[in-house]
Design a protein. Structure first.
Length: 696
């Protein structure tokens, strides 16, 4: 059974093997065909690429031939960098120029017009443009003329022009031909205009046979037909040709001066001619011959130049007058230049189109030229914004005059910064448009320095007056009370009294006298502060060594029932401060704490952190009420019980000193719980040495 099954399956297995072999053959064949196709297309691509390069090369050669034949040149303008890039004949990059270098190749005015067209294309006001430029050459024979066509070749992502193409064609020969044609036309035009000169024709016998109207006007002939009919005017009798041999006459040019008053030939003195006076005349006489050389007649062309000669004489007189006027103008200019030099005044011009500022010391020439950036940099930093604003107004062609005084970085011989006053007015063209600004620049340094000195002296006078007023105001406010007390107890000695009371009188007089002395001292010191007459002399001070002594001086009158505590956490703390006035602040604050504390404690401590010296005075005294606390730094402030804090000037003095030192003061107080004052003074520390333990 199994053998029959195997035999039956044999054909299927053979077919599967046969099919597998065919599949492999097919796959190999497909692979070989694919390889052949790839090779074929690769070779075809290479051939196409070579053919494309060949076509591009032929096109480049044609382009080069076209450019060379047409005297053309290509260049690009890059909008982003504003640089000009020249191209070779086949369109490759040749050289890159910045705007200044590229502009030097052409005439300045022509280049400015082309640059305006470029800006118009970049801003979308036009798509193409055409400009004519002249090369910049010293020798006239080397000047070339170009015609430039401008168009956009690429755009940026916003659709604006990114690059412009300039096709520059040399049209020098065409311009020269055109100029020659124009000159030739002028010659022909001149020849044509000779028909307006005197024309006379004599026959072979020398008899006048024809004359034009212009000649009749020159010789005052009223009747042309009558003169020709009489045939009395002979060539040999012509006053302008009477010295010539008619028989041998050739082409001849003559110039004559005839005074008909003295002329002997009666023909030219008849009433028909009416000639009188002197005549200046130039003429050309040409004999006319036929082909055989026989004389047929004479042709004369001439003109009366009397008016021209007289005009020349008048012109010569005018030239002499003009020369005299010119001499007067030169003398006037010399006087103006002398006045400018003596008065230290300069002429200035600003041209908005070129953004240039010109300065000159005379009318004849420009001495200095500045760009806008240079003008701004010449001003001191605080005036640069003013200069920029003035230039901006002139760039926008304001019609208002410009008047500004500027401090400059330039220094004079004395080392002072020069102040310049500019007074400029707009100059307009025939259409009323502003084209430039003209004016004067004057050195105001001496005047400014004089004003400064005057301001300093005025300030000193004001400070003196302020000191006097402050002293009088403060003194008159509170000085009367202790003074009246002293006077009152002194008068009691003169009245009937008990000798036992004299001790009380003396003590009251002494106490109020001390109060009065302290008050006067505080008034004087506060008056100096108000007048800004306090000078701070900073030095390196070991604050750890002086803090305790200043506190003890302020606590000199402390009650025995009050415990004083000083917290000194440093062995050495050297800071850069004014020891005198900083000590005065500490002493007055300690004295204030003593006056408010009858029992309990007073604690003083300090700390240095982040460039600031901070100290505090804390007491357990009676404190300050809420109504008085906001006004505690005002002068002569009284509490709700109408009591002064010390002399009434201690805390105001402390506040002013701390403020002028650049520091701050804060105070916190509560009735019957005490007061704490914090003072912060900015300073630099040179040495910081803390204690390991803080001993209280």
């Amino acid at each position: 059974m199994n053998q029959h099954m195997i035999l039956a399956a044999m054909p299927d297995m053979v077919m599967q093997a046969f099919n597998a072999e065919h599949i492999v053959v097919y796959v190999m064949a497909a692979f070989l065909i694919s390889v052949f196709v790839l090779l074929f297309y690769n070779r075809l691509y290479i051939l196409l690429e070579q053919d494309t390069k060949s076509q591009i090369q032929r096109l480049n050669e044609r382009l080069a031939l076209v450019l060379k034949t047409g005297n053309r040149r290509l260049w690009l303008y890059d909008v982003a960098s504003r640089h000009y890039i020249t191209l070779t004949d086949i369109g490759e990059y040749d050289q890159e120029y910045n705007p200044v270098t590229f502009s030097e190749l052409y005439d300045r005015d022509d280049f400015e017009l082309m640059r305006k067209d470029i800006f118009d294309i970049c801003e979308g006001r036009r798509t193409t443009s055409s400009a004519e430029l002249k090369s910049n050459a010293k020798d006239k024979d080397d000047i070339r003329y170009y015609e430039v066509k401008l168009s956009v070749v690429s755009h940026d992502q916003q659709g604006k022009a990114a690059r412009l193409l300039g096709i520059q064609q040399d049209v020098t020969e065409e311009r020269m031909r055109q100029r020659n044609v124009n000159q030739l036309l002028i010659r022909y035009h001149t020849v044509f205009n000779t028909s307006l000169v005197d024309m006379l024709y004599y026959d072979s016998n020398g008899v006048l046979t024809d004359i034009n109207e212009k000649a009749c006007q020159s010789f005052n002939i009223p009747n042309r037909a009558m003169v020709l009919q009489e045939q009395q005017f002979l060539l040999k009798n012509n006053p302008f040709l009477n010295n010539l041999e008619v028989a041998t006459l050739e082409n001849t040019r003559t110039s004559s001066i005839i005074d008909f008053k003295d002329y002997q030939d009666e023909i030219y003195r008849t009433k028909e001619l009416g000639l009188a006076g002197k005549m200046y005349y130039e003429s050309t006489i040409n004999p006319i011959r036929n082909e055989e050389g026989e004389l047929e007649g004479f042709y004369m062309a001439g003109r009366n130049i009397t008016e021209m000669v007289e005009s020349y004489h008048r012109q010569k007189e005018s030239i002499n007058m003009l020369r005299k006027v010119n001499d007067d103008i030169q003398n006037y200019i010399t006087n103006i230049n002398y006045a400018l030099r003596v008065s230290d005044v300069r002429l200035v011009n600003y041209h908005p189109k070129s953004y240039t500022f010109e300065v000159s010391g005379n009318i004849s020439e420009t001495q200095l030229k500045f760009s806008q950036l240079r003008c701004i940099r010449l001003a001191t930093p605080r005036f640069r914004r003013v200069v920029s604003s003035v230039l901006n107004r002139m760039d926008h062609l304001t019609s208002r005059p410009i008047v500004e005084t500027i401090e400059t970085e330039i220094r004079d011989k004395k080392g002072r910064q020069i102040w310049l006053m500019f007074n400029m007015v707009p100059m307009k063209d025939a259409d009323g448009h502003v084209v430039r600004y003209f004016g004067l620049c004057r050195n105001m340094t001496d005047m400014v320095e004089t004003e400064r000195r005057l301001a300093v002296e005025t300030k000193k006078a004001q400070e003196t007056e302020l000191l006097k007023q402050s002293f009088l105001t403060n003194m008159s406010y509170e000085i009367r009370t202790p003074l009246n007390t002293v006077v009152g107890f002194a008068e009691l000695f003169e009245s009937e009294h008990d000798e036992a009371d004299e001790t009380v009188f003396v003590e009251e007089i002494k106490r109020n006298s001390n109060t009065l002395l302290a008050l006067v001292n505080d008034i004087l010191f506060l008056s100096r502060i108000d007048a800004n007459m306090i000078e701070y002399n900073k030095a390196d001070v070991d604050f750890a060594m002086i803090f305790e002594s200043h506190c003890q001086m302020g606590w000199s009158s402390v009650s025995p029932e009050v415990k004083t505590i000083i917290e000194n956490p440093y062995n050495h703390l050297v800071v850069h401060v004014d020891q005198e006035y900083l000590g005065k602040i500490i002493e007055k604050l300690c004295s204030q704490s003593v006056s408010h504390t009858e029992k309990g404690f007073i604690r003083a401590k300090y700390e240095y952190r982040h460039g600031e010296l901070t100290f505090s005075i804390e007491d357990s005294g009676r404190g300050i009420d809420e109504q008085t606390l906001p006004r505690v730094f005002d002068r002569f402030v009284r509490n709700k019980n109408e009591e002064l804090c010390g002399t009434g000037l201690d805390l105001p003095i402390v506040k002013e000193l701390i403020t002028q030192m650049g520091g701050t003061i804060e105070i916190q107080s509560e009735i019957d719980k005490g007061t704490t004052v914090w003072v912060t003074i900015p300073c630099k520390a040179k040495t910081i040495e803390k204690k390991r333990e803080i001993i209280i």
